[in-house]
Every structure is written in structure tokens, then in C-alpha cells.
Write a protein that binds this ligand. Structure first.
Ligand SMILES: Cc1cc2nc3c(=O)[nH]c(=O)nc-3n(C[C@H](O)[C@H](O)[C@H](O)COP(=O)(O)O)c2cc1C
Length: 217
């Protein structure tokens, strides 16, 4: 009996972490990220910029996979450590992906997408016109429960969350420059509506949004 309870707990564990009914958790696979090549770093730094004139042309699945891995993917599988540094190795930021097809959480360990919504909530991601056009919005979402394991003060948690999100954002900027994509990091729109749409817990906060697409110029 004890073994049976344990097996059930092991089976539902990951889904409970997501706060969802295990029967309804859906995943989407991503192509493996490109970990070699790309444009030389100094050229990419030369070209990095914010682009607010974005077209509706789709971002390919390969490009999305590269952006997510560059942003906060696992680059040391032995330890699970990431492409961006993070406060006390708490990995407090999750990247959410918002497209016309739905909203997803990037599961960095498995390099796949966890479906959180089948609605197009891109207009909630910011207050400027480009959010209506950009095919992809990335959201940098802080998990204060993770931060609270080592950082007591809420103000300090928010400080570290903002720093961690900024570091991920710069990785995404550089990957966009390498991929020939345009992007702009920005404040999220209505945080309450966004949190509801993504099914976030009260101790999760959308720190920054990052609209990505092809330059319209
Ligand atoms: C924390 C942060 C918040 C930002 N918020 C916005 C924003 O709400 N809207 C926007 O259009 N750009 C926003 N930006 C982009 C900056 O305006 C942009 O990086 C700056 O003008 C410099 O331009 P560059 O990125 O092309 O060098 C933000 C950038 C950062 C780092």
C-alpha cells in the first residue's frame, strides 16, 4: 500500500508543481537549440538594438528554440545551470511564451513548452502598438516562492528578480541580433489580467516582457 501511494505521488509530482491536473498538462516539443555557429559576438553586439517596427511574419520554431535556450536554457546538463547567471543559482525566472496559438511556459530542463493557455493573449503583454503585431512575446516571470527560500525581504526579492530578468533579456537581444530578428524589451501591460490569463500563482510576478519578430523595415 505504502509503495502504491509513493508511486502515485511520484507520478503526479511534476504536474502538482505546475499547479495543474496531471490529466490536462500538455507539452509541445521544440527543435534542439543551435549551440554552435551563429554570427560573431562582436558583430552581434554592434547590431544589438531595440526594434519597435515589427512585422507579423512568423518566427520559426528553430528560432524560438534558439531564443529560449539563449535566454535561460541549460548549458551545463550535469548541474542544470543556465546560459544566464542568476541570483544564488535559484533560477527564479521562468520564461513564458505568448503567440497567436496560445501561451506556454519554457521548461528549460526538458527544453520543451508546457501549454498554459490556448488563447491569444498578446495584446495583454504591453501597452504599445507593437504588441498587437509581434508574433512572439516572451515574459520573464519571477517565482517569489523560489526567491523566498534564500531571500527574506520582498523588496530584495524584487530587486534580484529584476536583475535576473534583465540578464536573460540581454541574452535574448543578442540571440535576436544573431538570428536577424528584431525585438524590444518592455514593461508588461496589465499585470493582473496577464497573471490570470497565464494561470500564475499570487507569488509569481511578470517582471518584463520582450516582443520579438522580424523588422518591418
Ligand atoms: C527595464 C527596461 C524597460 C523598458 N521598457 C520599455 C517600454 O516599456 N517600452 C519600450 O518601447 N521600450 C522599453 N525599453 C527599451 C528601451 O527604451 C531601450 O533599450 C532604450 O531606449 C535604448 O535603446 P536600444 O535598446 O536600441 O539601445 C525598456 C528597456 C529596459 C531595460
Amino acid at each position: 500500500m505504502r509503495q502504491c501511494v509513493l508511486s502515485v505521488l511520484l507520478w503526479v509530482g511534476p504536474a502538482l508543481v505546475l499547479g495543474a491536473d496531471p490529466a490536462t498538462v500538455e507539452f509541445e516539443s521544440l527543435p534542439g537549440p543551435r549551440m554552435e555557429g551563429g554570427r560573431p559576438l562582436m558583430e552581434v553586439l554592434r547590431d544589438r538594438k531595440s526594434t519597435r517596427e515589427l512585422s507579423a511574419d512568423p518566427v520559426s520554431r528553430e528560432q524560438l528554440a534558439n531564443l529560449l535556450w539563449a535566454g535561460f536554457g541549460v548549458n551545463r546538463p550535469q548541474t542544470g545551470q543556465r546560459t544566464a547567471p542568476c541570483t544564488m543559482n535559484l533560477r527564479s525566472i521562468d520564461i513564458y511564451v505568448v503567440t497567436a496559438e496560445g501561451a506556454y511556459r519554457y521548461d528549460a530542463e526538458a527544453h520543451r513548452l508546457v501549454v498554459v493557455s490556448r488563447q491569444d493573449v498578446r495584446t495583454l503583454t504591453g501597452g504599445q502598438d507593437y504588441v498587437k503585431v509581434a508574433p512572439v512575446a516572451l515574459l520573464y516571470v519571477a517565482d517569489h516562492a523560489r526567491l523566498a527560500t534564500k531571500v527574506e525581504q520582498p523588496a530584495e526579492q524584487s530587486f534580484y528578480a529584476a536583475v535576473d530578468a534583465g540578464l536573460i533579456g540581454e541574452n535574448v537581444y543578442l540571440c535576436c541580433a544573431s538570428e536577424g530578428l528584431g525585438c524590444v524589451i518592455h514593461m508588461p501591460g496589465d499585470r493582473t489580467a496577464l497573471s490570470q490569463a497565464l494561470g500564475l500563482r499570487p507569488d509569481q510576478q511578470v517582471v518584463l516582457a520582450h516582443s520579438v519578430g522580424h523588422s518591418a523595415k
